[in-house]
Design a protein around this ligand. Structure first.
Ligand SMILES: Nc1nc2c(c(=O)[nH]1)N[C@H]1C(S)=C(S)[C@@H](COP(=O)(O)OP(=O)(O)OC[C@H]3O[C@@H](n4cnc5c(N)ncnc54)[C@H](O)[C@@H]3O)O[C@H]1N2
Ligand code: MOO
Ligand SMILES: [Mg+2]
Length: 426
């Protein structure tokens, strides 16, 4: 008899997953390898930036008081007593009506309190200039600490390192950076119909696209994929491969064989292992058969064999655990509001995750399907940059309605996107 499964709401399913502990590990990498990784410690400013008062312009460092009487009728004459480029320091003493020729980035000489741009001076000789207006103390000075003050937290632990953060790491002298280790996520594809991607098509067979898709999703989310191959639908082979993989990874993903068919062995394998199954049916489309379990403190994700269902299952259930393992505080896909670009007349009792594309139309974000909205479809995935969220209900949706979308290519993420979802159209 076919097993009857009870679907649970998506929000509840996600919660059941993320209630589980994660086990972040850290490592040091060189700054050249830091881009894209996740900080395992807060980035604290170890000194002021700039660490000395400096000139933001090419010009002359002056004592502003000497310009008090300067005007265009009576320019004031100054003696140039030195010249410094960035990196050099003027060590002398600047006396009244003396100036130091100074270039952008150079330290302000002691006694000077303003800088006059070259263009605003008149050079009489190499040693003499005229200034035609008054300057105030502090004019054109980049003060010590105006960028960053020593001790301030600049970037929080768990943030993904972008090029700007790389600049900060370099500023503070981190040639090595403590980042989280990428969790190792095993991937097993099951299905006797599956061909390796270099094999020619044969009757009844398809190429294994899910394994490669999942590995790319793992990489996009910041993890490291470990591929254990594609297996025929055979209980013993799949069981022993699952055991072997589990011993080597932090989490395991299988794709296919998770439904109620004669050759769907994932449920039986989880049973045989003695894994704790959190759910095996979610009120969502696609991906309703998504099964999540835990064994030996490791999450096991039984994702659907249908490509679109597999894709969505990863983003909703694997991604947040993966990103939490990277200390990330915003582990879910970021949710934003958009305008629906097409009608969805058919109601569905389950919450739908339509693979979609966002366009900026004038001042609005408009979300439209990126292809056919069926679970077994692979072509809609290529153009998808978001998942359009249509809560289950008894009526369809109309073009122009406000909807929620989950961003697929965003780095920021969301703490918990499942509150305040635009309700089903009634
Ligand atoms: N009687 C029922 N039948 C089905 C139900 C159900 O509730 N009752 N659920 C349907 C839903 S919903 C889905 S989703 C699928 C899930 O199927 P499985 O996870 O068991 O996956 P398979 O049966 O192995 O394959 C389904 C489909 O996907 C193709 N596939 C599998 N692996 C790959 C891969 N690595 N790359 C690309 N494509 C793959 C496979 O050839 C099948 O076409 O079950 C429904 N049935
Ligand atoms: O998991 Mo199925 O996708 O609901 O087609
Ligand atoms: Mg099946």
């Amino acid at each position: 008899m076919v097993e009857k499964r009870k679907p649970i709401p998506v929000e509840e399913a996600v919660r059941k997953v993320i209630e589980n502990d994660v086990y972040p590990k850290t490592e040091k990498v060189s700054i050249e390898e830091a881009y894209g990784r996740f900080l395992a410690e807060d980035l604290v400013a170890s000194h002021d930036v700039p660490s000395f008062d400096r000139s933001p312009y090419d010009g002359f460092a002056i004592r502003s008081i000497d310009t008090k009487e300067a005007n265009s009728d009576q320019p004031v004459r100054f003696e140039v007593v030195g010249e410094i480029g960035a990196g050099s320091v003027f060590t002398g003493v600047v006396e009244p009506f003396q100036v130091v020729r100074i270039m952008t980035g150079a330290q302000i000489p002691a006694g000077c309190d303003a800088v006059v741009m070259l263009e605003l001076t008149k050079e009489i000789s190499e040693k003499e200039i005229l200034i035609k207006r008054m300057f105030k103390k502090g004019d054109n000075i980049s003060y010590q600490g105006e960028d960053t003050q020593k001790g301030s937290i600049l970037v929080n632990k768990g943030t993904q390192i972008n090029p700007g953060i790389v600049a900060l790491l370099a500023t503070f002298g981190y040639h090595e950076v403590t980042v989280t280790k990428k969790p190792i996520i095993g991937v097993i594809a099951t299905g006797s119909e599956l061909l390796n991607i270099d094999e020619p098509l044969a009757p009844g067979k398809i190429r294994n696209s899910n394994a490669y898709m999942i590995m790319a999703q793992i990489e996009r989310a910041g993890g490291q994929a470990e591929y254990f191959g594609k297996l025929d639908d055979d209980f013993d082979t799949c069981l022993s491969a699952t055991k072997e993989a589990l011993a080597q990874v932090d989490m395991l993903i299988t794709t296919g064989g998770v439904s109620v068919g004669d050759y769907d062995y994932v449920p039986a394998i989880l049973h045989e292992l003695g894994a704790t199954v959190f759910f095996n049916k979610v009120a969502m489309r696609p991906g309703s058969v998504t099964t999540v379990a835990k064994y030996d403190n490791k999450m096991i994700y039984g994702l659907s064999g249908n490509p679109s269902a597999c894709y969505v299952g990863f983003e909703l259930f694997v991604r947040p655990m993966l990103r939490r393992t990277l200390y990330n505080q915003f582990p879910h896909l970021q949710k934003v509001k958009a305008t629906l670009g097409v009608d969805f007349p058919k109601p569905n009792p389950f919450m739908r995750f339509v693979r979609a594309r966002l366009d900026y139309v004038e001042t609005q974000l408009v979300a439209s399907p990126s292809g056919v909205d069926k679970s077994g479809i692979v072509s809609s995935l290529g153009g998808a940059d978001c998942l359009l969220l249509l809560p289950g209900g008894t009526r369809g949706y109309e073009k122009g309605m406000l909807v929620d979308v989950l961003l697929l290519e965003d780095h920021q993420g969301s703490e918990w996107p499942w509150n305040n979802i635009v309700p089903s159209y009634r």
